[in-house]
Design a protein around this ligand. Structure first.
Ligand SMILES: CC(C)(COP(=O)(O)OP(=O)(O)OC[C@H]1O[C@@H](n2cnc3c(N)ncnc32)[C@H](O)[C@@H]1OP(=O)(O)O)[C@@H](O)C(=O)NCCC(=O)NCCS
Length: 348
């Protein structure tokens, strides 16, 4: 058949469309090859939600919606901590910067107060202008109030830092008073979210005897009067190359003051001294504290781990802040839908 102009035209279009398709595929392949995770700046691990921080899998972290959402969340959490006087920081530099910020807020609040005392503001001729000005002055006054809250929080933190004379030592197997305090801590601190862990003091005493066995690590944090504020234990595994961190507990009134962090850091040094390479731990989710509870962990396991959310202050986030990574889960470890979250860290 002799090709007509129409046939030639159709053929040329088909060739063109194939070429386009090939170019598109080549472009996608090139884009995939050259895709890199967004760079993490030195401060991003400390500030999740800051631009560049990958908030969710598949997201760059530069997405304005994600970014605004995380930023608003951070601000909300900060304001909540300030007004409930629960803001804690162990960094003198950070506290100094907060003080400067609080003083700036306070000064603007004082200006607003001064403005309110000026009759001109109240006697503006048009009601609309008057209320607009008064509204703005009110907002600035609110800033001043936030400044007061921040200053009070800073004062609390300075007091805690000045009074902190924490000592971390081995638990003496002969010191029955310290052992009894450690046992009481287990019952007291675990009863809210892990009531089945050590329900009675007898169970906790048995745990103390096991923790004090030969070859294990058992360290306590005490204050200047010798009262136990927290303790940490470790069990050697795999010929001492791996150490299981078990248990870790801080007295409820002394939590959020950096004691848990210091105990874990001291524990890491102890493991390092003994030639360990890895620390591993299991943190049970017995009370629907994370998004890993009540789900089928045999399906899309790693996606679920990657998307984990802390619903009720589960300690996995505490460990993440100290460099521990979720390396697995034990589904139904404590009953259907109540998993154990396995975390590890390289120390050697
Ligand atoms: C988990 C525990 C040991 C933490 O001790 P702590 O002295 O309160 O912790 P720290 O003050 O050192 O906290 C260090 C950081 O972790 C954060 N953190 C502490 N507990 C947290 C939790 N449950 N969830 C999220 N973050 C937490 C702190 O806010 C702090 O963050 P920052 O450095 O950004 O300020 C303590 O809360 C505890 O004993 N809980 C009950 C028992 C328990 O859960 N043990 C662990 C079982 S595996």
């Amino acid at each position: 058949m002799i090709p007509t102009t129409r046939h030639k035209f159709k053929l040329a279009r088909r060739v063109q469309s194939r070429r386009r398709q090939r170019n598109r595929l080549a472009y996608m392949a090139r884009a995939q090859r050259s895709f890199r995770e967004p760079r993490e700046f030195w401060f991003t691990p400390a500030l999740p939600g800051w631009p560049g921080w990958r908030i969710r899998p598949g997201r760059s972290g530069y997405d304005p919606i994600d970014y605004q959402l995380e930023f608003a969340h951070i601000q909300g959490v900060l304001v909540r901590k300030f007004i409930t006087f629960k803001f804690r920081s162990q960094s003198w530099l950070f506290l100094l910067m907060l003080t400067i910020m609080a003083l700036a807020f306070l000064t603007s609040g004082l200006f607003a107060l001064y403005a309110l005392m000026n009759p001109v503001v109240w006697d503006l001729p048009y009601p609309y202008t008057r209320w607009l000005v008064l509204g703005n002055v009110g907002v600035v006054l609110l800033y001043g109030l936030i400044g007061v809250f921040i200053l009070i929080n800073v004062a609390f933190n300075v007091r805690i830092l000045m009074e902190s004379t924490l000592t971390i030592t081995d638990l003496d197997a002969q010191s029955s008073a310290a052992i009894e305090q450690c046992a009481a801590l287990l019952v007291e601190s675990f009863k809210e979210h892990w009531p089945e862990a050590w329900p009675e003091i007898e169970d906790a005493r048995k745990e103390m005897q096991e923790a004090l066995a030969e070859g294990k690590i058992c360290r306590i944090a005490t204050d200047s009067s010798g009262n136990v504020l927290g303790w940490i234990g470790g069990i050697p595994q795999y010929d001492g190359l791996v150490w299981e961190l078990h248990p870790l507990v801080v007295k409820p009134e002394s939590q959020q003051q950096g004691i848990g962090r210091q105990l874990v850091q001291d524990f890491e040094q102890q493991v390092l001294k003994r030639g360990g390479l890895t620390i591993t731990l299991g943190s049970d989710d017995d009370d629907q504290m994370t998004s890993l509870s009540n789900v089928n962990l045999y399906e899309n396991t790693w996606e679920k781990i990657q998307d984990i959310r802390n619903l009720k202050g589960h300690p996995y986030e505490f460990y993440q802040k100290l460099g521990y990574v979720i390396t697995g889960v034990v589904p139904d470890a404590n009953g259907r839908g109540r998993p154990d979250i396995i975390m590890s860290k390289r120390v050697g």
